[in-house]
Write a protein that binds this ligand. Structure first.
Ligand SMILES: *Cc1c(COP(=O)(O)O)cnc(C)c1O
Length: 424
């Protein structure tokens, strides 16, 4: 893609953007009466203007109907979670019976590991990426300890090579092959939260299966961001949160995918609750758990409707925009961001920014992580003062993520101008 580094060129790209009308569907945070340049949709997506209406609907139904809302609300609460599989299956690439909305991300990771990490004396290792998101590290470590094993022996982290920031695919595949039949589970992020590296989930799943292990992914930074084909890739399970790229509000209800071949297996061990019980006979309230033969069979509790209403408001926007258009804009925007940052380096005597996110489109999503080689904190503070909301990670990394539904090319151009102002 060819770009021109001027405000006019950025404005023209915005003018021609097929998704431009969607920005107005969101509340954009303000600073001194002006729209901020919001580049942290990878951390907390913005609020759709429709969200409060969706939530109010449920509050009103609760006010007027009380318990009757379970069956008589406009969107009856009892099957409320059934509103999601059709839309989410398009976002993560799976069958509708492979996906369920429930709980929150780390809770779901634990629940899935109950089913998919059942170590034996011979097969007990978990392969994961080094520097995974801390919550995932704690989940893996505590699962291993729960089974009476030593995390130092059971958890194998694949690291970047000396002097590199991202992990080479060949190193992941080689580690899986070398550890072979001792591997119980390969569990990685789909997109690493720090570097923004997108992993080849299909190849990793294939490698895991070739040694007889399960493959699971934490898609917190992938769902709603990159193209996913979980079913076709034969991924065993995955989980994600809804408040990052999926714009469903702080701490919002999360999502789970379980491949059909496992989801239909009602005998697969799990921690059960009444909402995972066969619907026809759930209210007979009898002894002896009988799982729903879909991903819904992992549900524990009845639907958290208020949080789900916010999720629904957002997914309706994804539906309207269409994933194809979202991915097309994401690729163009991120390429433009790389271009703008590379221009800053090119135009100054010394290099200011090392982009640690892979340059190849197939290896990244929206996010770009910049390792600041000089004056990192100063640049970050200047960005903040000028209304740019970005994310700072010690020691010297600024993460930004232009999001197709509400960011503009002009946002990226302005980001570049502010950084340039300090470098020169
Ligand atoms: C954001 C994120 C989390 C957060 O977990 P919660 O249970 O939603 O608090 C966990 N893992 C990864 C990889 C994340 O990016």
């Amino acid at each position: 893609m060819n770009f021109e580094n001027t405000a006019t060129a950025a404005a023209l790209m915005d003018e021609q953007d097929p998704l431009k009308k969607f920005r107005d569907r969101f509340f954009i945070p303000q600073q001194q009466g002006e729209d901020c340049i919001y580049l942290t949709g990878n951390s907390l997506g913005l609020q759709p203007k429709t969200t409060s209406g969706y939530v109010m609907q449920e509050l009103d139904d609760w006010a007027t109907l009380g318990v009757e809302g379970h069956s008589r609300a406009k969107n009856p609460w009892m099957p409320y979670h059934e509103l999601f599989p059709r839309q989410l299956s398009k976002i993560v690439g799976c069958l509708e019976n492979e996906v369920v909305v429930m709980n929150q991300l780390t809770v779901n990771l634990h629940l899935l590991m109950v089913s998919f990490y059942r170590p034996t004396d011979e097969r007990y290792k978990i392969i994961c990426e080094a520097k995974a998101f801390p919550s995932d590290q704690y989940a893996l470590e505590s699962q291993v300890r729960y089974h009476g094993l030593d995390p130092d022996k059971a958890i194998i982290e694949v690291m970047p090579r000396e002097g590199e920031h991202t992990i080479r695919k060949e190193d992941i595949l080689r580690t899986i092959a070398v550890e072979g039949e001792s591997v119980a589970l390969v569990m990685m992020g789909g997109v690493n939260y720090y570097t923004g590296q997108l992993f080849d989930m299909q190849a990793i799943t294939e490698a895991a299966h070739s040694v007889g292990a399960y493959a699971g992914f934490d898609l917190a930074h992938a769902a709603g961001n990159v193209e996913l084909q979980l079913h076709d890739w034969q991924v065993d399970f995955a989980c994600w949160c809804s408040y990052k790229y999926l714009n469903s509000g702080p701490g919002g209800v999360a999502g789970v995918y379980i491949h059909e071949k496992h989801a239909a297996d009602t005998q697969l061990p799990r921690f059960a609750g009444w909402w995972g019980y066969t619907k026809e006979t759930r209210f007979k309230m009898e002894k002896g758990f009988e799982a729903i033969p879909t991903a819904e069979g992992w549900q524990l509790s009845n639907a958290p409707v208020l949080s789900m209403a916010a999720h629904k408001a957002s997914l309706d926007i994804f539906d309207e925009a269409g994933m194809e258009a979202i991915h097309a804009k994401r690729k163009r925007m991120t390429a433009y961001l790389h271009f703008v940052l590379n221009e800053i380096n090119r135009q100054s005597r010394e290099k200011w920014i090392e982009i640690i996110t892979p340059a190849l489109e197939a290896e990244r999503g929206c996010q770009v992580s910049m390792l600041m080689l000089h004056k990192g904190r100063e640049i970050f503070d200047a960005l903040t003062a000028k209304g740019v909301i970005a994310d700072w990670r010690e020691p010297n990394v600024i993460r930004v993520a232009p999001v197709p539904l509400y960011n503009r090319y002009a946002d990226i151009w302005k980001l570049g101008e502010i950084i340039k102002g300090i470098c020169q």
